[in-house]
Design a binder for this molecule. Structure first.
Ligand SMILES: O=C(O)Cc1cc(O)ccc1O
Ligand SMILES: [Fe+2]
Length: 457
């Protein structure tokens, strides 16, 4: 069910559509007509270009916006490095590459920190300096950012998946409210401030060091379904006129934090137009497709957004969800099959349960990582139940929302993710797959052999 139908209505205004060429002006006439950079922009505003792709990118990839602001973003002091707890996503701190299946208990809320200081990298691949790879972060914050602070990441686009609490995000291009079961994307470079109107927040972030997210191809599904383009929402221009306050601009740059000061607000964009902007999406609007005959299809049918690599069909990162849905397949083992995947699978749970795992084992605000070729699938109890249950149409995932960040890269686990967070479940394999029973019965029953104390047949 869409969040917007059961929670308080969003107070902000949006423009609808994925990858739409948008334009917005907080004062009528602030956008120049017929050109981008007149000798004098309307109302004495400065014109500033923001590029999300190279100037020479092909048209179908091109992401640029023109901003009309009171002062240019360049008007600030030099950036200085500032103390930041290591977020563990730089090439200087190589993460642990492990073939183990890993699962984390729910990450703790931390009411002592704000958005910027709440970010902890749990897993990563590649290197932001080479615009290659991605980072996966957990955020858990309980404080508003200072009212005169704004943050941006030069390292990549943030795909933010809140699990708890409400994020009131003021971006340079306008305001976005994001709640659990909604997601938002803040592209590289865009400055923003995060306030917490309902108290503590927690969730997951995929930071994409290369490329940008797009909607997946629909192939034979046709021209609608999955995440429909019209349900994505971009903010409208909203500005302050403040050239007196001292502001701090915080920059995540190669996994480190830098700060610069300026004596004017960064939220001074009166109008903008273009294709490079933040946006949000309500996962409750996802139109889920599934099997209506037999067998369990690949989870790619649940892809909300994909960041493609240069190799068609292989993603740097897919964002996949497991929404409430009906299962009706006949003569089918309905939960996910056992598998080993050339892609890495990092999963999180926003609320509810996940149908491949025993209740209470993979919990909301927890996570799991099944790296390249690490065998996984339903745990032993889930297998026994699903292979014996009488098959009726049944609804799975009512009031639940699991998701997966799936990547072609081997995902390393940071020191924080492996040790410091203290959430790794030591008994994941022991509880899930080591108890699997042998059901094999040789057609010639005299050849049955005892294994693990269980006699086949
Ligand atoms: O491993 C998982 O739980 C995710 C997953 C779900 C599914 O339905 C099929 C494949 C897959 O990797
Ligand atoms: Fe999987």
């Amino acid at each position: 069910m869409p969040v917007t139908e059961f929670k308080f209505p969003d107070t902000y205004q949006y423009q609808n559509g994925f990858a739409s060429y948008n334009e917005s002006e907080a004062i009528t006439g602030a956008l120049p007509v017929g050109q981008n950079s007149p000798q004098k922009a309307p109302y004495g505003l400065y014109a500033e270009k923001l590029s999300g792709t190279a100037f020479t990118a092909p048209r179908h990839e091109d992401l640029q916006s023109w901003l009309y602001r009171i002062l240019p973003s360049a008007a600030h002091s030099a950036f200085e490095p500032v103390e930041w707890k290591p977020v563990g996503s730089t090439h200087e701190q190589k993460p642990h590459q492990l073939p183990n299946q890993i699962r984390w208990d729910p990450f703790d809320l931390d009411e002592t920190v704000d958005w910027v200081h709440s970010l902890n990298t749990v897993s990563s691949a590649g290197d932001p300096t080479l615009k290659s790879g991605l980072g996966i972060m957990i955020f858990a914050a309980g404080k508003n950012m200072n009212s005169n602070e704004a943050f941006y990441s030069a390292d990549g686009d943030f795909l933010i998946v809140p699990q708890h609490g409400v994020l009131d995000i003021r971006t340079e291009l306008g305001k976005i409210l994001v709640r659990p079961n909604e997601i938002c994307v803040i592209p590289r470079g865009i400055r923003y401030q995060v306030m917490l109107p309902e108290g503590p927040v927690r969730g997951y972030i995929l930071e994409l060091y290369q490329g940008h997210f797009q909607l997946p191809e629909l192939g034979p599904i046709g021209s609608n379904s999955l995440a429909n383009a019209r349900d994505f929402q971009a903010p409208v221009a909203s500005y302050d006129f403040d050239v007196e306050t001292t502001w701090h601009i915080l920059s995540k740059f190669d996994g480190k934090l830098f700060s610069a000061t300026q004596n004017h607000t960064p939220f001074d964009i009166v109008a903008w137009h273009g294709l490079y902007y933040p946006y949000k999406y309500d996962l409750g609007r996802f139109n889920t497709i599934g099997s209506i005959s037999y067998d369990h299809p690949d989870p790619s049918i649940f892809t909300v957004l994909t960041a493609p690599s240069d190799h068609v069909g292989t993603a740097i990162a897919d964002f996949v969800i497991f929404p409430p849905r009906w299962l009706v397949q006949e003569d089918t083992f309905r939960p996910p099959w056992f598998h080993r995947n050339t892609m890495s699978e990092f999963m999180g749970l926003i609320h509810g349960d996940y149908d491949a795992k025993a209740k209470g084992s993979f919990r909301p605000a927890g996570a799991s990582l099944h790296n390249i070729m690490s065998g996984h699938g339903p745990d032993s109890n889930t297998f026994e139940t699903a292979s014996n249950i009488e098959l009726q149409p049944s609804k799975v995932g009512s009031n639940s929302m699991a998701f997966m960040f799936e990547s072609c890269f081997m995902l390393g686990v940071t020191e924080w993710g492996l040790n410091k967070c203290r959430k790794v479940q030591e008994d994941y394999n022991e509880k899930s797959w080591e108890p699997m029973k042998v059901h094999f019965v040789h057609p010639d029953k005299t050849k049955t052999t005892a294994v693990n104390g269980t006699k086949g047949g």
